[in-house]
Design a protein around this ligand. Structure first.
Ligand code: ACO
Length: 430
């Protein structure tokens, strides 16, 4: 084991182990730091802090590499299905044919939501954001279904809770959409595969039957695979932190959905398309937008650009861009937003500000345009991301609970408030 030392002014030293991952990344183990030196580390935004060891996905941000359980994302996007990729992430290996069939059957058997739960939708106003609905409904699953880490712990298996979540999130997402447009819910079909079923429940209607297009199905399937995991991002770290209190899996996932919603995280896909529409509708020039994004006098950022880890082209964005081009060509869709997006990307990539800071398109830059072509409304973009990310969240929750014993997540802080002061009765305060 490699070691490193911390040297203090008084010549005292503290020795720490250096932990090395399978891809050569190194971390200083500071777990004994406070006991031995009285110091803690301070790293706002966790820019240099590893919160766990994980064997699920590997990201090399400098070289634009993403692998799930060692397999390059490009290979999975080309050859796998979302259900198979989910199995890979959650259970750690590619399933045999028999295992995949059993897993798929469990998803089919668990695709309905409890009929009583449907009444929840009655109280939701029509313009509620689908992410608010989805997070609430996922948490509500813990009302209707026995949960891991509850009194029913011994009578329920992880596999069943996992299948329920993966399957029902799709039904809940589609129902949220139907609720928002005031159409009747469409029940899942046992003969349809995962992605087909999602499209069927979202777009089929008694007055306008929806025909599944294989190109659209494949585009959505690949998009779900690309979103399936991404190590310790804001939402995944949230799922782990919340789950570390041993609260049930549904509630931990609900917390992840809430974290994902923000515009700096998964909510950026909606922001990107709104930004492109603004450019189109208000006739803004690309130069104006770039200058606005560079300015420190406002809060505007170029949505879909930049990433905490990637200092190179996000490999998911690369695949999504190709997918957008392919789908638009195949379906013969004229979409001015694609042209604007490409022009904006070109301008940013050739601008010193973006080059110096290594800002490249991230996964959210082209996903919204792809969803738009599929017919998915803007408010549902982040819901699509949440469905895709679910297996990753579940895998991280499982990995943490499989590590025995695991610790509750509890960061420290450096207090900067008032020193000791005393209560003053109200009549003496003036
Ligand atoms: N547009 C303009 N400037 C940017 C952008 C952007 N999209 N992203 C980063 N910068 C600038 C910052 O202002 C900062 O400049 P400075 O050094 O002059 O202060 C520098 O680049 C470094 O950026 P940070 O904000 O420090 O990087 P951080 O790792 O904290 O943030 C983040 C990453 C939140 C993704 C950021 O790049 C951003 O806001 N991007 C736009 C929102 C977005 O697309 N989010 C989705 C990310 S992918 C995902 O979560 C699934």
């Amino acid at each position: 084991m490699k070691k490193t030392k911390l040297l203090f002014d008084n010549n005292k030293e503290f020795e720490m182990n250096i932990f090395e991952g399978t891809e050569g990344e190194q971390a200083i183990d500071i777990s004994q730091l406070r006991q031995n030196t009285g110091l803690i580390t301070l790293d706002e935004g966790y820019q240099n802090t590893g919160s766990c060891k994980s064997a699920i996905s590997f990201v090399d941000g400098e070289n634009g590499i993403l692998r799930y359980r060692g397999i390059p994302i490009q290979e999975l996007a080309e050859n796998s299905t979302f259900v198979e990729t989910s199995y890979l992430l959650i259970y750690g290996y590619l399933p045999t044919q028999k295992e995949l069939k059993t897993f798929s059957n469990m998803l089919t058997e668990n695709s309905l939501i409890h009929e009583e739960m449907i009444h929840f939708f009655d109280g939701i106003p029509p313009h509620a954001h689908p992410m608010a609905i989805l997070s609430s409904m996922v948490n509500a699953l813990s009302i209707y279904y026995p949960t891991l880490y509850s009194e029913a712990f011994f009578s329920i298996t992880f596999d069943l809770v996992c299948a329920r979540l993966l399957s029902k999130i799709r039904t809940l997402a589609a129902y949220s959409y139907k609720n928002s447009i005031g159409e009747p819910f469409v029940y899942p079909r046992h003969d349809l595969k995962y992605t087909e079923n999602l499209l069927h429940m979202m777009f089929n209607s008694p007055v306008k039957p929806y025909t599944l297009d294989p190109e659209i199905v494949q585009a959505l399937r690949v998009s779900l695979i690309l979103h399936a995991d991404h190590e310790q991002n804001c939402s995944t770290a949230t799922v782990r932190l919340v789950g570390s209190s041993q609260v049930n899996l549904y509630t931990s996932i609900c917390a992840g959905i809430c974290a994902l919603w923000g515009p700096l995280h998964g909510g950026a896909n909606q922001q990107v398309v709104e930004m492109l529409e603004k450019i189109r509708d208000e006739g803004l020039t690309i130069k104006e937008v770039i200058e606005n994004a560079k300015s420190k006098d406002n809060n505007f950022v170029l949505y879909g650009f930049g990433h905490r880890v990637y200092k190179n082209y996000d490999p998911r964005a690369k695949i999504l861009k190709q997918l957008v081009e392919k789908l638009f060509n195949k379906l013969n869709i004229e979409e001015p937003l694609v042209e604007i997006a490409m022009e904006l990307e070109h301008a940013a990539l050739n601008d010193d500000y973006f080059a110096e800071r290594n800002l490249y398109p991230n996964v959210d830059y082209y996903s919204g345009i792809l969803y738009k072509a599929i017919g998915i409304p803007k408010e549902m973009f982040t819901v699509m991301f949440a469905i895709g990310r679910l297996p990753g969240w579940i895998a991280h929750w499982k990995e943490m609970h499989d590590t025995i014993p695991f610790k509750i997540g509890r960061p420290r802080q450096i207090y900067t408030g008032a020193t000791l002061s005393h209560y003053i009765p109200i009549e003496q305060r003036g």
